[in-house]
Ligand binder design. Structure first.
Ligand SMILES: Nc1ncnc2c1ncn2[C@@H]1O[C@H](COP(=O)(O)OP(=O)(O)OP(=O)(O)O)[C@@H](O)[C@H]1O
Ligand SMILES: [Zn+2]
Length: 737
């Protein structure tokens, strides 16, 4: 795109101009710090959005600093700011503090984090376009239309104020928790069983925040975060129903990656200007501009999706805690299965714990609902090769015949994870990754879930021509097919045949598909739902009384030390979908159940699950981690390198490690640099991946070390022998190893 000539007229040499330091994001200027200096005819308030030239491009930037004094600057050295997006109030100091902290902590440039926090649509907008976007829509109306509007306004004014939604009477536990939140500044860890009514507590706290008076006059605001997009529509509905009557139809807005750029811009502007009072969103929402922020909720705080896994690898949960503290807002982390980090942080000080969070407990489900009874099926005692053990099928059949619903969980989509030739041992390996291509029966393809490489299923073994190639292992597609077969003669109480449905990333690719499929579950059209972790958490299903995890054991063999924690959470959350409506269960004279098919029923993960005993599980895991010196008792960072060969990737890491020693970086003695190793997924899309773990017992030592190391990493990367490196990055507090 050709650029217009500089609009700001060049000032004569040495005329006084104002220096403006601007945070911009360019890969070239991504070193830590990363402010570029421009000039302008006036000083610009920090937080102002500007468009600045860089090379032959024009970029959006945020004014970080602009001294109020003019000074003579030789014109040739510095370029002037191209335009100022002055229709928008500047981003406030608290937002800029958050960005500065995140940039420093996660070892990224200010500009990158700042731009991460802004809606993408702003990047390409001129000042005029933004002004138009901000101007109230003033369409010329016909006389008749105007008269109708006026009449409506008169009628509105005369009508009684909209009725407040009936507020639910809080349970005793909910009241107790809210009372504690009144007394204590937080942060709070709301440890509440699945179905204990945590959402109701959030709404109560949000309501209180929205009604609070401030001295700034800016409307008070709340940020509510959920781990996944698929939970936002549901929660949006609940929050809108609660708050729109009181605070206006625009009071609740959402923000997540499933929205179009114009939609995201709209939400962002509403939050920035105070029109929106509640912002509901996924991890990206943590960076939204919310000048009136009073309370932050992080629902399902244990969820790994709060950690951004690309670009700036920030933890939205951790930043939420930081943001709340730095601006005097309350923060509530909620979960039935808190992360071990948060659980540890909430160990009370009087029993020797850090006592950094206040732990609040809601053990009981709402109403008369009880937690499901957990049944472990020892698959070593079941017919070999059975996907579903006969007792599980009998239990599902019984539920369907009574008109209840069942949920079958398997965290693997597709029909089978691999195709296999028994004659020559050929396997459907992805040619570009160290992974198998997954067999999808629906469209008869082999698909790599890592790089997307897709092929038609071969008619015979590509190696030896054997026509009998076999699927190995199970995916959700196969479970669905298998259940349809097993339940084909089962009838529901209305005489119709049992209906099986499936929800996973494959069935929900199209926009609106997930909502539609969830509606089918809620309306009772589907009797047995097969799904991945997508359906295991957060959903308030009312008629599911049985949940089954059919092949959870794989996770027990993972090399990642967080694997047991992840599995336990997933199973507890899944169990939490059964029997949520106590009166329904009672009317059915039924009892909720969670089934787990496993080869290792004695494993402590399953034993703790059986007792619904998160504290015991957490205590044991934490003890192991303390003994092994792992998080939360140690702090970690990863340096990752991608290259065409594994050798090149590891060479870079070794050189980086040598540079740290030669450069005599601060705290070198307090951090431990492990040797580089290939990543568990070693090759993706023809790129070899390696990583190097850095560990310290003191967070600040690790931080200072990383900070001092950063320029060295850039320097090493610039050396000719590392030319073949594709990319490198630092991941602070990595969530998977
Ligand atoms: N005080 C109350 N009185 C009546 N019903 C309530 C009350 N509080 C919550 N509920 C209802 O109980 C159900 C479970 O509540 P909610 O969804 O808030 O649980 P949760 O703790 O967030 O569960 P999960 O962690 O499993 O997502 C919801 O249908 C909710 O409307
Ligand atoms: Zn691949």
């Amino acid at each position: 795109m050709p650029l217009p000539p500089d609009s700001a007229s060049p000032s004569p040499d040495s005329a006084p101009v104002f220096r403006v330091q601007v945070a911009v994001h360019t890969p070239v200027h991504s070193g830590v710090g990363g402010l570029l200096t421009y000039t302008h005819t006036t000083a610009l308030p920090p937080g102002t959005l500007v468009r600045v030239p860089l090379g032959n491009r024009e970029l959006l930037g945020v004014v970080w600093d602009s001294p109020a004094d003019a000074e003579p600057v030789p014109n040739a050295q510095l370029k002037p700011v191209r335009s100022v997006l002055d229709g928008l109030p500047p981003l406030d100091a608290r937002w800029r503090r958050l960005v500065a902290f995140a940039a420093q902590y996660y070892q990224r440039s200010l500009g990158e984090i700042a731009l991460t926090g802004l809606p993408p649509a702003l990047k390409d907008m001129t000042a005029e376009q933004l002004a138009r976007r901000l101007a109230p829509k003033s369409k010329k109306l016909s006389k008749k239309a105007q008269a109708a509007l006026d009449a409506q306004a008169v009628a509105d004014a005369a009508a009684p104020a909209p009725a407040l939604p009936p507020t639910i009477a809080l349970s005793a536990e909910q009241q107790g928790v809210c009372a504690q939140m009144d007394q204590h500044p937080g942060p709070f860890l709301l440890y509440g069983a699945t179905g204990s009514g945590k959402t109701e507590v959030y709404m109560q706290r949000v309501q209180q925040a929205l009604l609070a008076a401030t001295d700034t006059g800016f409307p008070t605001q709340a940020l509510v975060m959920v781990p996944e997009i698929n939970l936002t529509p549901q929660l949006l509905e609940r929050f809108t129903a609660r708050f729109a009557p009181q605070f206006g139809p625009q009071a609740v807005v959402s923000m997540h990656s499933g929205m179009t750029n114009p939609q995201r811009l709209k939400s962002w502007l509403a939050a920035h200007t105070g029109q929106a009072r509640v912002l509901l969103g996924t991890r990206m929402a943590v960076f939204a501009s919310l000048p009136g922020l009073q309370v932050i909720v992080v629902d399902e705080e244990h969820d790994p999706s709060y950690k951004q896994q690309e670009g700036a690898r920030y933890s939205a949960r951790d930043l939420a805690v930081w943001r709340a503290r730095s601006q005097g807002a309350q923060v509530i982390l909620g979960s039935a299965t808190p992360s071990l980090e948060s659980w540890h942080a909430s160990e009370p000080a009087d029993s020797g714990g850090p006592g950094r969070y206040l732990r609040l407990h809601m053990p009981s489900r709402i109403g008369a609902a009880e937690l499901p009874r957990v049944r472990l099926v020892d698959m070593r005692q079941q017919p070999r090769k059975a996907v579903f053990s006969p007792p599980l099928i009998a239990a599902i059949t019984e539920r369907v015949q009574r008109g209840e619903q069942a949920l079958v969980l398997l965290n693997r989509r597709g029909f089978a994870p691999v195709l296999f030739c028994a004659d020559c041992n050929w396997k459907s390996d992805c040619p570009h990754c160290s992974a198998h291509q997954v067999f999808h029966k629906g469209d008869r393809t082999l698909r790599c879930h890592h790089c997307g490489f897709t092929q038609r299923v071969p008619h015979a073994c590509p190696e030896c021509g054997n026509p009998d190639i076999l699927p190995l292992g199970k995916g959700t597609e196969q479970l669905e097919e298998e259940l349809e077969r097993l339940l084909r003669n089962v009838q529901r109480p209305d005489g119709n045949p049992a209906r099986v449905g499936r929800i996973d990333a494959d069935t929900t690719r199209l926009k609106g598909a997930l909502e539609q499929q969830l509606d089918q579950v809620h309306s009772g059209e589907i009797d047995v739902l097969v799904g991945t972790q997508m359906v295991a958490k957060g959903h308030d299903f009312r008629r599911i009384t049985l949940v089954a995890a059919v092949q959870p054991d794989g996770a027990l063999f993972s090399s990642d030390f967080r694997a047991p924690e992840r599995l336990f959470c997933l199973l507890m959350q899944a169990a939490g979908r059964a029997g949520r409506d106590g009166s329904y269960v009672a009317a059915q004279d039924s009892r909720p159940e969670m089934w787990v098919q496993t080869q290792d029923p004695e494993h402590m993960v399953f034993q703790a699950l059986r007792q619904h005993d998160y504290p015991r599980f957490a205590q044991r895991q934490l003890r192991e981690r303390e003994d092994a010196g792992m998080p939360p008792f140690a702090f970690q960072a990863l340096v990752r390198a991608d290259a065409r060969t594994q050798e090149a990737a590891q060479d870079f890491l070794r050189a980086a490690s040598d540079a740290a020693r030669q450069g005599e970086l601060p705290h070198l003695d307090d951090v431990f640099l492990y040797p580089p190793i290939p990543m568990a997924m070693q090759r993706v899309a023809d790129v070899e991946r390696a990583q190097m773990l850095i560990e310290a017992t003191d967070r600040r030592a690790l931080q200072r070390f990383l900070h001092a190391w950063q320029p060295w990493l850039h320097w090493v990367r610039g050396q000719p022998q590392h030319k073949s490196l594709v990319r490198w990055l630092v991941d602070v507090d990595p969530q998977s190893l």
